[in-house]
Design a protein around this ligand. Structure first.
Ligand code: ARG
Length: 492
């Protein structure tokens, strides 16, 4: 009863608190918007804060300014504005750029987005800027900004991925020769060098780099000229703009998008970019998981640097691999961003719909989190130490070379399926008699199969076993050395 009364007062208070603020918020102000001519009232305050994007798209400013410079250059080129007006616009845009860098531009949410904020700041400086939006819409403008952003972002991510590869290489060069068990099903399987295990992630990051190169190439088509959705009646030169902005093929020929409606409606690139980031996440998350396992007392193969671990507020002995756990967590977030984008675009009629403004937060978040995560990968690997004693103890398990013994039998004329069976029976004997596999009596094993000669136990020599793995991509010392040399060259 008391609870219900309390609840009612709380609800009442909330209602009382919200009612007046809501009332004022729906009172319209005079329109500041560029489309003010058509409207008798400006947007409600609530609508302003609901619909603004400048709080997250202001970071597009450098790309927006570059796009406006190219566009005005083109307008002058075709005679839609004079050379003098173009020059004034360019000088003004540089000034606005400087104001932004100096933190002196007051971003105004009433102006919705980065495009209108810049245009208005420019118009205050240069009246000629009233002509800048000729033959342009914010729809092809934002598509251009984002394509420029993607090209830039892919290059940044490529650099970070290379840094992560270098950190893997450094650890591999430091302690890479140490042998550890390789796992399948998280059960000890066959011995490998630490360097070989680490190089697996270098391969993954290499494919991630290739993926970002593809995304950057897909981004390399100029949207300007698509207008709102149907181009323009004015005699613009799309190729000129494309060239100015560097939307060109390898031979320097301009690349312009081929369908104006597709240009302003499609968000494939956003999805591709987020996919590439999510895959990077999947890769660093698996690396993080390996490091978490390896740093546990149960494995003990590695000790992680204090600088990327944290302690417990209660248990004094703890050193937790938080950076790695967060890397796993960030991977989930990157997948979430991808899902957001796929869902956002899937039901929209052509062409632009305002829903699409929500495409930017997940893209920027994927970029920021992937960049930071890769830096954390570097930090965590740098200063990590392989614990040789623990690795040696783990890899001494003779069962890791059971497959090599089957190969021995194959070399002595036994069919592999039979050989597999024979070694299985030896494993069982080892287990029931409590003898290590390699220490079974030769007389006993020869009863299982006569092809097991006096030298059968020589198989259980780690170095020999490694040296016999000579094929490309295998963990033999020669191959690993060759791979390391390849990476050193690639990452120099
Ligand atoms: N801020 C907008 C966005 O990111 C720019 C495009 C607005 N276009 C429009 N027709 N309202 O989507």
């Amino acid at each position: 009863m008391i609870l219900r009364r309390e609840l009612r007062t709380v609800i009442f208070r909330i209602a009382r608190y919200e009612a007046p603020s809501y009332a004022t918020s729906i009172i319209a102000k005079k329109s500041q918007a560029t489309w003010g001519g058509r409207f008798s009232a400006g947007p409600a305050e609530l609508m302003l804060s609901f619909s603004e994007s400048v709080s997250f798209d202001a970071r597009l400013a450098p790309f927006d300014i570059a796009g406006s410079k190219a566009h005005s250059g083109m307008l002058a080129h075709v005679g839609l504005i004079t050379a003098k007006e173009c020059k004034a616009i360019h000088t003004g845009l540089d000034k606005v750029g400087e104001m932004i860098t100096a933190g002196k531009l007051r971003w105004n949410t009433a102006l919705e987005d980065v495009h209108m904020n810049i245009e208005q700041a420019l118009t205050k400086l240069e009246p000629a800027a009233a002509k800048l939006h000729t033959a342009r819409s914010r729809n092809d403008q934002v598509a251009t900004d984002m394509r420029l952003f993607f090209k830039w972002a892919c290059a940044q991510l490529d650099g970070r991925l290379a840094d992560a590869q270098r950190a893997l290489l450094a650890l591999a060069e430091q302690d890479g020769h140490v042998m550890i068990p390789g796992y399948t099903h998280l059960q000890r399987a066959q011995p490998v060098q630490v360097a070989h295990h680490l190089a697996a992630y270098m391969e993954m990051f290499e494919r991630d780099r290739a993926r970002f190169a593809v995304v950057a190439d897909n981004a390399n088509w100029c949207p300007l000229g698509a207008g709102a959705l149907a181009g323009t009646t004015l005699p613009i030169d799309r190729e000129f703009t494309a060239k100015t902005l560097g939307f060109v093929d390898r031979r320097g020929r301009p690349r312009v998008t081929q369908n104006s409606m597709d240009t302003v409606a499609d968000r494939d690139l956003f999805v591709e970019f987020a996919t590439a980031c999510a895959l990077v996440g999947t890769h660093f998350s698996r690396l993080a998981e390996d490091l978490i396992l390896w740093s546990s007392s149960e494995f003990g193969y590695i000790s992680l640097p204090d600088t990327f671990c944290t302690g417990s507020s209660l248990m004094p002995q703890k050193k937790n691999p938080d950076s790695c756990e967060l890397l796993r967590g960030k991977a989930a977030r990157l997948q979430g961003n991808l899902t957001t984008l796929l869902t956002l675009a899937k039901g929209l009629p052509l062409t632009y719909n305002r829903d699409l403004q929500e495409d930017k937060p997940p893209v920027f978040d994927s970029f920021d989190q992937t960049m930071m995560s890769l830096a954390v990968v570097v930090g965590t690997l740098t200063g990590a130490e392989i614990r040789r004693d623990r690795c040696a103890a783990a890899v001494a398990d003779p069962a890791l070379l059971a497959t090599d013994l089957a190969d021995y039998l194959v070399e002595h004329g036994v069919a592999f399926r039979d050989a597999h069976h024979v070694v299985g029976a030896m494993g069982k004997l080892a287990e029931t008699t409590g003898t290590p596999l390699n220490e079974l009596a030769t007389a006993d094993v020869q009863k299982i199969h006569p092809a097991l000669g006096e030298d059968w136990a020589d198989v259980f020599n780690l170095e020999r076993a490694a040296a016999r793995r000579v094929g490309t991509g295998m963990p033999g010392p020669k191959q690993v050395k060759r791979q390391m040399a390849r990476w050193r060259k690639r990452l120099a």
